[in-house]
Design a binder for this molecule. Structure first.
Ligand SMILES: [Zn+2]
Length: 196
């Protein structure tokens, strides 16, 4: 089984990918990490330049093996067509979250000053109030101001970017829209109910 997960920053798709990977015994391929480690790729991004799809394909191709959940790839229609030739995708999960939800999440986000673990007062609180689950340090609220306009721009750009992708997978009949505004537990339950 092969899965593609789509969703903007703040949708929690990284967390969901790990959970899905564990449950269905899949490899979680977080492509951002792979791309960032590639020197040729970084040459483009360091200069703020667009990375050619051909380079993206060259980097990603060796990783495209069965029983995988792809997180961060494909990002556009051309990439989806490339992927289609390499792997049969069974499910495309789109974690749909609104701008307001993302903003609220950022506002209620807290980070461990010691180990950098991230929590959310509302949706993903630590087991003991005010203490990090991992290292037991006391948790402080993030004080950095949230640039609301930047958050909105990022989400708008993302939605524009993947619009064609959603259309393509919808036609293929493998697109599942997931309500990402719920709690992590509810969202993952909804995801599991789609994968049969
Ligand atoms: Zn910690």
């Amino acid at each position: 089984m092969n899965i593609v997960i789509l969703g903007p920053q703040g949708s929690g798709k990284g967390t969901f990918s790990s959970l899905i990977a564990q449950r269905f015994n899949l490899k979680h391929l977080s492509t951002g990490d792979i791309f960032r480690k590639d020197k040729e790729f970084s040459k483009y991004t360091d200069k703020g330049q667009f990375v050619p799809d051909e380079l993206v394909f060259k980097i990603i191709a060796p990783y495209l093996k069965d029983n995988i959940i792809l997180d961060g790839f494909p990002r556009n229609l051309k990439q989806a067509l490339f992927l289609e030739k390499k792997l049969k995708i069974n499910y495309v999960l789109f974690i749909d979250v609104s701008y307001n939800t993302i903003l609220q999440r950022l506002k209620t986000r807290i980070q461990c000053p010691e180990c950098n673990a991230i929590y959310n007062i509302k949706t993903n609180p630590p087991k003991k109030k005010g203490l990090c689950d991992i290292c037991n340090s006391s948790l402080t609220k993030r004080t950095d101001d949230i640039d609301e306009k930047a958050v909105k721009t990022r989400l708008d750009n993302y939605n524009k970017e993947i619009k064609n992708l959603l259309g393509f997978y919808s036609k293929e009949g493998i697109l599942f829209k997931i309500d990402g505004s719920q709690t992590i537990e509810k969202t993952i339950e909804e995801i599991y109910s789609k994968i049969t």
